[in-house]
Ligand binder design. Sequence first.
Ligand SMILES: Cc1cc2nc3c(=O)[nH]c(=O)nc-3n(C[C@H](O)[C@H](O)[C@H](O)COP(=O)(O)O)c2cc1C
Length: 214
Amino acid sequence: MSELINNDFSKIMFDRHSVRQFDPSIKIPRDELQTMIEQAATAPSACNLQSWHFVVIDTPEGKSKLKEAAMKFNYPQIDSSSAVIFLAGDTKSHEVYRDVWQKVYAAGKIDKAKLDTILNTFLPLYEKATPEFLTLDATIDCSMVGMQLLLIARAHGYEANPWSGFNFKTIIPTLGLDEKRFVPVMAISLGKPATDQPVLKTDRYNTPMLTEFR
Ligand SMILES: Cc1cc2nc3c(=O)[nH]c(=O)nc-3n(C[C@H](O)[C@H](O)[C@H](O)COP(=O)(O)O)c2cc1C
């Protein structure tokens, strides 16, 4: 794993705010974007299915295309960012599930009995699942990896804005993805903040009001 510029957990988490105006002159190298994705993908996922797919949009052509399906109020964070990483949920991730666990077994990390239990417990669940179930599962997985991406971006010295203000019906084909397989979840704009724009520091509800102990 590469060196992190900011490795202070409380600063990374508690000083995070959505940045929507970036310095357009900053370009994040593609290998660093790939590293951030790899680091974010340490996120947990349902049955370790990792039902996420990343589309990195960092060219003027890619951004123009993305704007066809984005709401206008999100244009500034598309135009000024170094890159937008679009997170699509993969509703067919279970189709490679057998191979993933075979590898774990082949590496000697689990025995045959454990392998059979995993495959016999989880595979039927997904093979018989409704599209709604698969969509929800993939959406939750993408949310987990998305949050990690927001935090790892800060560890790399960047800021970010998660956004889902786009047309959920058109974004998948607009990005050239298979509509039968992928579902839209969120986009994350990344870059260095514009220095002449104030960052909105949002408040939160009082969490005890939202908490119940049983
Ligand atoms: C699922 C989701 C969708 C969002 N969609 C948008 C959006 O379309 N445009 C935008 O500017 N911000 C969007 N945001 C960012 C929120 O407005 C922001 O996270 C919230 O106001 C709290 O501010 P903070 O991120 O600075 O803590 C979205 C955030 C989430 C989690």
